[in-house]
Design a protein around this ligand. Structure first.
Ligand SMILES: Cc1cc2nc3c(=O)[nH]c(=O)nc-3n(C[C@H](O)[C@H](O)[C@H](O)COP(=O)(O)OP(=O)(O)OC[C@H]3O[C@@H](n4cnc5c(N)ncnc54)[C@H](O)[C@@H]3O)c2cc1C
Length: 484
């Protein structure tokens, strides 16, 4: 979820028509010579076996029954797992020569079908480019396919830590996070990826017959951030680090959801050092099976990661709001006790815990008017009954505290899901719709013209996962003939 960028606003309430995934509709080569393409990629790790192609064409879009249905037949014609920037250049050049779609894949944990190849073509699996290249005070430089958890383990050796990561950090890559994510665990303290000082440098390979490398620094990285891999391939990135903290993984229990929200609002203060602050409806409790009495079904919970020095004040604040702590320990102690870390009880892991047991649910992402007022949440709890379970994240965005939600919604069909959307929007909230594939209908709400301008430089033929952005039309593609 990110702030609006610029230019024309896109309405979000209507049910969008299913998008076309036919290559010809995107100005692509309708009949590529795959044998020839494969021979041109000889020496690289090329996969063409049907099952491998299918597995490496999936991500977590299945949270949405709508996308699970729409994207069922979207499968790569070829997957190439790259290990170096030179490999990337070869694949990008081949895609341009043959004018076939190219979709970059990191860990494949994105929602919205971000790395599902809508029009087939080549999936470039970047997970082989995984080296941490340099660690310095306050910064780490690594290859785009490096996993966030591995980066954290490397920087920990120097007493430093990543400023934020998705709760999927064991599988998610740094470039996938920058291209598909917005923030996450750590955003309570350090803001979102878009906030100044978090992203420092990126190296981007263009998709052309003769690919080039473009270096971006600081704010220039916004041109590729949250662009869903549509405007260049990130081969190397540098992000900011903070001093490592031995976070306490905390659960606080409350009888009433208003108490939960008010406690989180009170804890959203610069006086407390909190890395994660997440409010979770008691109805999730039966699905957090390992927590048992630490999250019983008759109490709502706050899951938090709190600095040891802030624990006394955080505890006082919980008690002042009528709550009590049921867990407070570091991650190593939680592991020994067979308990999950707090971050696996927050963000989209809330949805995952339920979907692991029951596929009759999906989710909606909601941003509230700021400053946050609990009234719409409490009203929606009453209005939607058992069709919507609440879950809010308290983070910082653009220097201010901000609250948003990933609520669990019962799947009763497309019409019902859009009725819920419209009803939540009528309360002044914004929906970041996880049932659509485009950047604009999902998170951004507007066409980011700076990203489209950058796409003209980095993907002038419009080959990178066509169909993902409304801002690009095949007519914008630079005229080029297919390989002879
Ligand atoms: C349980 C769960 C919890 C989650 N929690 C969070 C969260 O806390 N915060 C959050 O922001 N997201 C979250 N997500 C979404 C997702 O996990 C993150 O955004 C993650 O960082 C994506 O990384 P990935 O490597 O898996 O990317 P992928 O899913 O592989 O790709 C994501 C996008 O990035 C593009 N991409 C990947 N690599 C490159 C590259 N090298 N160059 C250019 N483009 C590239 C892809 O084409 C795609 O559009 C969650 C998802 C799930 C299922």
């Amino acid at each position: 979820m990110t702030a609006a960028a610029s230019a024309s606003t896109v309405a979000a309430t209507a049910i969008p028509p299913p998008p076309s995934h036919r290559p010809a509709d995107h100005g692509l080569n309708p009949a590529p010579d795959w044998t020839r393409i494969e021979s041109e990629l000889r020496g690289l790790n090329v996969m063409h076996e049907a099952r491998q192609r299918r597995v490496l064409s999936r991500d977590f879009h299945w949270y949405s029954p709508i996308l699970a249905d729409e994207l069922r037949d979207c499968v790569a014609d070829l997957v190439v797992r790259v290990g170096t920037e030179d490999d990337v250049v070869r694949v990008a050049a081949a895609a341009a020569r043959h004018r076939v779609a190219l979709t970059v894949r990191g860990g494949g944990t994105g929602n919205y079908g971000q790395c599902v190849p809508l029009a087939g073509g080549i999936v470039l699996d970047a997970s082989g480019m995984q080296r941490v290249l340099d660690i310095a005070p306050g910064r780490v430089c690594c290859e785009g396919g490096a996993k966030m958890f591995d980066i954290e383990m490397a920087v920990r050796e120097t007493g430093q830590a990543l400023r934020m990561w998705p709760s999927t950090w064991r599988a998610a890559t740094i470039a996938g996070f920058i291209s598909g994510g917005f923030g996450g665990v750590g955003s309570t303290l350090n803001g979102v990826l878009r906030d100044p000082g978090n992203l420092l440098r990126a190296r981007v390979v263009t998709v052309e017959r003769e690919p080039r490398v473009i270096e971006l620094a600081g704010d220039e990285i916004q041109q590729v951030h949250h662009a869903f891999g549509t405007n260049g391939i990130l081969t190397e990135v540098e992000v900011a680090l903070s001093p490592a903290v031995e976070w306490q993984h905390v659960i606080a229990l409350f009888a009433d959801y208003r108490q939960v929200l008010e406690a989180c609002m009170a804890a959203s203060t610069p006086a407390l050092e909190i890395f994660l602050l997440s409010a979770v409806d008691r109805r999730f409790a039966p699905y957090y099976t390992t927590l048992k009495e630490r999250f019983p079904g008759d109490h709502h919970a706050v899951f938090a990661m709190v600095a040891p020095g802030s624990m006394p004040e955080f505890t006082r604040l919980v008690q002042a709001h009528g709550g009590r702590l049921s867990m407070a320990m570091d991650e190593a102690a939680a592991e020994v006790a067979g308990l999950p870390p707090a971050y696996e009880c927050a963000y989209n892991h809330t949805t995952l815990q339920v979907l692991k047991a029951d596929r009759g649910w999906t989710n909606l992402q909601v941003a509230y008017p700021q400053p946050f007022d609990p009234a719409p949440v409490l009203a929606q709890m009453q209005r939607f009954g058992d069709d919507v379970w609440q879950h809010q994240e308290f983070a910082k965005m653009h220097g201010s505290f901000a609250t948003f939600a990933i609520v669990l919604t019962r799947w009763k069909g497309l019409e019902h899901q859009y009725e819920l959307i419209r009803s939540i929007e009528a309360d002044g909230c914004t929906i970041f719709n996880p049932h659509v594939v485009t950047i604009e209908d999902g998170g951004m709400k507007t066409i980011d013209t700076a990203q489209i301008e950058f796409k003209k430089r980095a993907d002038p033929l419009g080959l990178m996962n066509p169909g993902k952005t409304r801002g690009w039309s095949p007519a914008m593609a630079r005229a080029a003939s297919f390989a002879a």
